[in-house]
Write a protein that binds this ligand. Sequence first.
Ligand SMILES: Cc1cc2nc3c(=O)[nH]c(=O)nc-3n(C[C@H](O)[C@H](O)[C@H](O)COP(=O)(O)OP(=O)(O)OC[C@H]3O[C@@H](n4cnc5c(N)ncnc54)[C@H](O)[C@@H]3O)c2cc1C
Ligand SMILES: NC(=O)c1ccc[n+]([C@@H]2O[C@H](COP(=O)([O-])OP(=O)(O)OC[C@H]3O[C@@H](n4cnc5c(N)ncnc54)[C@H](OP(=O)(O)O)[C@@H]3O)[C@@H](O)[C@H]2O)c1
Length: 383
Amino acid sequence: MSTTPQAPPYSRKNPFPAKLVVSQTLTLSGSEKETRHYEFSLAGSGMQYEPGDSMGVFAKNNPKLVEDLLEALHFSGGESVTTKEGETFTLREGLLHYFQITQPSKQFLELIAERSATRAELKELLDPERKRDLDNYLWGLEIVDFLLDNPSLRLTVEEFVRTLRKLQPRLYSIASSLKAHPEEVHLMVASVRYESHGRKREGVATTYLADRVAVGAEVPMFVHIAKGFRLPEDPSTPIIMIGPGTGLAPFRAYLEERKALGASGKNWLFFGEQRHNCDFFYKEQLEGLQKEGVLTRFDTAFSRDQPNKIYVQHRILENSKEIFDWLESGAHFFVCGDAARMAKDVDVALHQIVEKHGGKTPEQAAEYIEALRKEKRYKRDVY
Ligand SMILES: Cc1cc2nc3c(=O)[nH]c(=O)nc-3n(C[C@H](O)[C@H](O)[C@H](O)COP(=O)(O)OP(=O)(O)OC[C@H]3O[C@@H](n4cnc5c(N)ncnc54)[C@H](O)[C@@H]3O)c2cc1C
Ligand SMILES: NC(=O)c1ccc[n+]([C@@H]2O[C@H](COP(=O)([O-])OP(=O)(O)OC[C@H]3O[C@@H](n4cnc5c(N)ncnc54)[C@H](OP(=O)(O)O)[C@@H]3O)[C@@H](O)[C@H]2O)c1
């Protein structure tokens, strides 16, 4: 008898309203960060995910920023807005949940360049050849800044709204295994808060989750499948996981999964954060997994506990011979977290290890690592 597979009912287009059941800080007093642990209920959704997948989360903008924008634009908020999809709502509603209202679009910048005297430099910066200078100029600047320093500027609602992009869902690596937590999904999220040009700024989704969603409230979300970031199919395959900061999230899921499966493969985790005392996320759980033998090797790098920085790649290099032996015995090498700095430096360390212990030239080491990548044994999920 054949059964027709049913399309999953929940998707990006039809997100599931997942109830927030736990929201707590992972960072302790003394930390310079605010990294949080969230648990959502997927009960009744039938949603399935695998460790390595992410959740797409639909957030709402901060109502305070919406009011600041309306005031700067001299709008009441009650004006009617119709989207390209034909949906109609008030401008206030649109600014709250439909439009991206922090980082400016190119169209918005073009409008400002055309209509404002205070940002005369923008015209030149919008030349495609000056993309880098424009990015530097825009770092820490938001839509509201361009309006506040142009109090005499008068835009129509239509003119303004035409320049706005749609607010996109944010992805978060799933930090739990369904086998350990049926009908739940756990996320590990670093709240984005900073100050620039004299204003306090907030990341949309991270502060929505941290400040504006109460336990018991629902957040629309969907599973974003990441086939390229899965555990090896053979549960006896060893894995090496490099996960500083929130890069730890998928590896908590991997370890929970491997424990639930009773997988025999060895697991080696490298975790890094600023300080042992206040930034050692899931310390008890990870140390417990080590005692149980699920976590075969566990190395940490706390960057700010001593005058010189110690990062995960330093720990990797200290253990270079064993890392190479694990790779030679078929281990998969996973990296998750910061793309701009960490993932690049870890990649350099990996090349050094292969050169040193494989007796290879830089070119041969690059070939070896390329082969790992092709065999899907060097997997990265970086952002
Ligand atoms: C596959 C994937 C998995 C991810 N997993 C996780 C995860 O597990 N946990 C996690 O926390 N994040 C994760 N992220 C990142 C996440 O998707 C968001 O990008 C992040 O949380 C910020 O979202 P936000 O809406 O709060 O910030 P946004 O509103 O998008 O603001 C971020 C923007 O603010 C600006 N900005 C930030 N800091 C500064 C500063 N100091 N100065 C000036 N400007 C600044 C930059 O323009 C930046 O792009 C993942 C991303 C991907 C692609
Ligand atoms: N835009 C920004 O200013 C900014 C700032 C922080 C994070 N982020 C982004 O926010 C996301 C999540 O950050 P997170 O809180 O998970 O952690 P994170 O910022 O990646 O920090 C985790 C650990 O990695 C260390 N680290 C810094 N540079 C490194 C490098 N080159 N190699 C290895 N380790 C390095 C940090 O040390 P130190 O902090 O002591 O250097 C810290 O101990 C990432 O995408 C990151 O890029 C952006």
